[in-house]
Write a protein that binds this ligand. Sequence first.
Ligand SMILES: [Zn+2]
Length: 265
Amino acid sequence: MKLFACPICKNPLLRFDGSLKCRGNHSYDIAREGYVNLLPAQYRRSRRPGDNADMVATRTQFLNKGHYLPLVKSLHKIIIETRLGAPLVDLGCGDGYFTSALAEHIPDVYGVDVSKPAIKAACKREKSINWAVGTVSRLPFIDGAFGTATTLMAPMSQDVSRVLLPTGKLCRVTPATNHLSELKQTMYREVQEHRRANTSLAHFVLIRSTRVTFGKELSIEDQKDLVGMTPMRYRISKSHAKDACATKMTHVTFDFWIDVFEKHD
Ligand SMILES: [Zn+2]
């Protein structure tokens, strides 16, 4: 837990028994599940920010079925080929499914998410990772801490380059054009294709882009879970979602861009 910094005064946090403390005398308890909450009340946009417990459970149930394994395999390949190094931080890590997969190849891994239920689920999934509740816009880490930052289908922030080493890399996964297109066709009258996420980021140079596309036959149950764990859930009402999902097994396309950037000041 040595790379955590106080979210209020930015000083490094040191461990004293069951808590982390900074020079400014701010103190953060380590929860019995093993995570630390580094999201002070003043930085919360709502009383319970991020995914709620139901959304997290839906996500965990879906991910544990292994539908995203082809993406995990591609990530493992890219870790080796682009030499992503330790320590690694996964930004907006959710329930830690991908973070745990990344930790199979890189030691000393941290995961941060604004949702407390997500971080609690992550603790159950993997004990060896340093989990924290925190906001991606004010990352609770010391400057120049990480060799790699990952952001998988999660919001990006300007603060990322600060927490990376001078030679650090950012690995970003975003949806590509055909991602979940069959589901969207059943649900919306007009389907908007995913626009390619911006590849010119301040403080970074793009060094590699890989497109990963695969298909899955999904049961009605899986289709509903998938809608519940993606931004699609915000665009339709719950009752509509039930009717809108296909009434049979459906072939669904998963389509991603994996972009690797190198820090460049
Ligand atoms: Zn402090």
